[in-house]
Design a protein around this ligand. Structure first.
Ligand code: DGJ
Length: 566
């Protein structure tokens, strides 16, 4: 989605709409009056996160798992500020929130709210409840210590060499069939949502992630007697219908995927009850994050050793957990082909009830190849937000998933994206929602310029060129940058008028229909920036700065370009 070109829009309309949209990431905390609830909306196959009544783009950052404690925040906020993020994803730990059953401690949540308001950013809270990376490590002590009431999954029985049956051992993850655990999680999550309803009337918190990368590491499914009895029974009719399979047992209906499907459905059913109860308290958008396996690896059917929550279970979640507004991929794949494929799979045009899914990347690797993928998620897939993981300055680095160390230099590589887009974030979010924006990032495996078609005009993007020269015989042909860092974004403001920006790339335009032999002329190329929704002129680019195309370096530069064909 997001690549379709719509008809032109007048600049006046752009400015009027821009002015009406609230600027900046967060309003002053003291501002009076009720703010509209954030919402995830769909229109014409595209999605937006509405904040204060207008599309909002989350320029995100997720902190390390143990960085949301008040003692760590002095090492978090400077990184947020340096990154120019407008939204920070912070965990809320069940073990901290409810140390004694029924007694809630909101001091950590309140510290996050206060800090976010002070730093004028929004929050996305991550509910580390029953599941965190498939494990049960964030459950409170009173859950961990009572396995009879709050059982773990039971592993599969196996036959030892001497023929004796060795009964399945308890796993490191909770059984999704335990009503007591589900009720306890539901109660805690509901308490959190009730608290936010009163503590956050201005919606510093925009969305909540329910659980974290759920799965059942180490076991295909729960092999407890209750679970096995259910597994040997019939697939619930409603679920079979939603999945378009014939009624029957799980094995009859799903064949090699039966155990994965059964376990995923069981967890989704559990999570739906937690999410639904929370939403009844406070109707903020909720989402789920998926860990991923390589989306280009085949064949996949029946191969997974346990029900990893990756794209092949998207439809199970869509059918079973309607209280979730979207399902989001955590992308730790630095190769272009894989990253793009994941984006393709999760950005699903259309209404949620028809399987549609808004694009949101809550976690992306924080190593050097990743910053450019912000542009891929935005322009190619209409994302409502994007967030590198673990960019705080608490001294932890999650290599090899991310960079080997985190410091200001690393933060600066990512900050460039938000420096470019931040001042015009509301314009960008709106143009994106309206389908007028496209963007690309560098694919180091090809030298062919990437193209974006906007009706009569086609933008082309090349990488690895010197700024001077290139339009004459014998000039240096495009080649990949030494490191793949290139990116470019083009948005249509009028029939012949475009907003253009990028980094480490060259953008040019040509008439889409070249049959008449027409060529492109720059009528005017203005450099400037959006300030409070208004375009502020800085200078005109001409001569060397336009003769060979529009060259972007690592300086945050934004152009407004008017073209003519001759
Ligand atoms: C994905 C998880 O969702 C994160 O919480 C974190 O554990 C990363 N993996 C690894 O650092």
């Amino acid at each position: 989605m997001g690549r379709a070109c719509l008809g032109g829009v007048g600049l006046a309309a752009v400015l009027v709409a821009s002015l009406s949209a609230a600027q900046g990431p967060a309003r002053p905390a003291a501002q009076a009056g009720a703010a509209p609830m954030p919402r995830v909306v769909e229109k014409d196959g595209r999605w937006a996160l509405m904040v204060d009544g207008a599309p909002y783009l989350m320029l995100g950052m997720q902190v390390n798992n143990s960085s949301a404690w008040p003692a760590m925040l002095p090492q978090v906020w400077p990184a947020v500020d340096r990154l120019h993020a407008n939204t920070v994803e912070m965990p809320v730990y069940w073990e901290q929130l409810e140390p004694v059953q029924g007694k809630f401690d909101f001091s950590v949540v309140d510290a996050l709210l206060a800090g976010a308001r002070e730093h004028k950013v929004h929050l996305v809270l991550l509910w580390f409840g029953t599941w965190k990376n498939g494990a049960m490590h964030y459950t409170p002590e009173w859950v961990k210590r009572n396995p009879v009431k709050y059982p773990r999954v039971t592993g599969q029985d196996r036959v030892a060499e001497n023929g004796a049956v060795v009964h399945g051992a308890p796993g490191d993850t909770m059984s999704p069939f335990a009503t007591a655990t589900m009720e306890a999680d539901k109660a805690a999550f509901s308490a959190l949502m009730r608290h936010l309803k009163t503590a956050d009337p201005r919606h510093t918190v925009l969305m909540i992630q329910v659980e974290n990368e759920i799965n059942a590491y180490g076991s295909r499914r729960d092999y407890s007697p209750e679970a096995t009895k259910l597994f040997e029974g019939q697939v619930p009719a409603e679920f079979a219908a939603a999945m378009k399979v014939n009624p029957g047992t799980w094995t009859e209906a799903f064949g090699a995927e039966a155990e994965n499907t059964f376990q995923t459905w069981s967890i989704a059913r559990y999570v739906e009850q937690v999410a639904k109860a929370g939403k009844a308290e406070y109707g903020i958008p909720l989402y789920l994050n998926h860990s991923l396996e390589d989306p280009l690896r085949a064949p996949r059917e029946g191969r997974l050793a346990w029900p990893e929550m990756t794209d092949h279970v998207l439809d199970i979640w869509k059918a079973t957990a309607p209280s979730l507004d979207l399902i989001a991929p955590d992308i730790y794949m630095s190769q272009y082909a894989q990253y793009e494929k994941v984006l393709d799979v999760y950005a699903r045009a259309g209404d949620k009830s028809n399987g549609g899914n808004a694009m949101f990347v809550p976690e992306s690797g924080n190593a050097a190849p990743y910053p450019r993928y912000f542009f891929a998620a935005l322009g190619g897939h209409g994302t409502i937000g994007w967030s590198p993981f673990g960019l705080d300055l608490t001294g932890y680095a999650n290599a090899p998933l991310g960079a080997p160390s985190v410091d200001n230099n690393l933060i600066d590589l990512f900050a460039l994206n938000y420096e470019i887009v931040g001042p015009m974030q509301r314009e960008i979010a709106r143009l994106n929602f309206e389908g007028k924006l496209q963007a690309v990032c560098e694919d180091p495996t090809t030298r062919t310029p990437q193209t974006m078609v906007f009706g009569p005009w086609t933008a082309s993007v090349s990488y690895g060129l010197r700024q001077f020269g290139g339009n004459f015989p014998g000039a240096t042909p495009p080649a990949p940058n030494p490191n793949p860092t290139g990116r470019a974004l083009v948005a249509q403001l009028g029939p012949d008028e475009f907003l253009v920006t990028g980094a480490s790339s060259r953008v040019d335009f040509r008439p889409t229909d070249a049959t008449g032999g027409k060529r492109r002329a720059w009528v005017r190329v203005e450099e400037g920036s959006y300030v409070d929704g208004k375009w502020k002129f800085r200078r005109i680019w001409n001569g060397d700065q336009t003769d060979y195309g529009l060259n972007f370096t690592t300086a945050p530069q934004v152009l407004r370009v008017t073209l003519m064909a001759y």
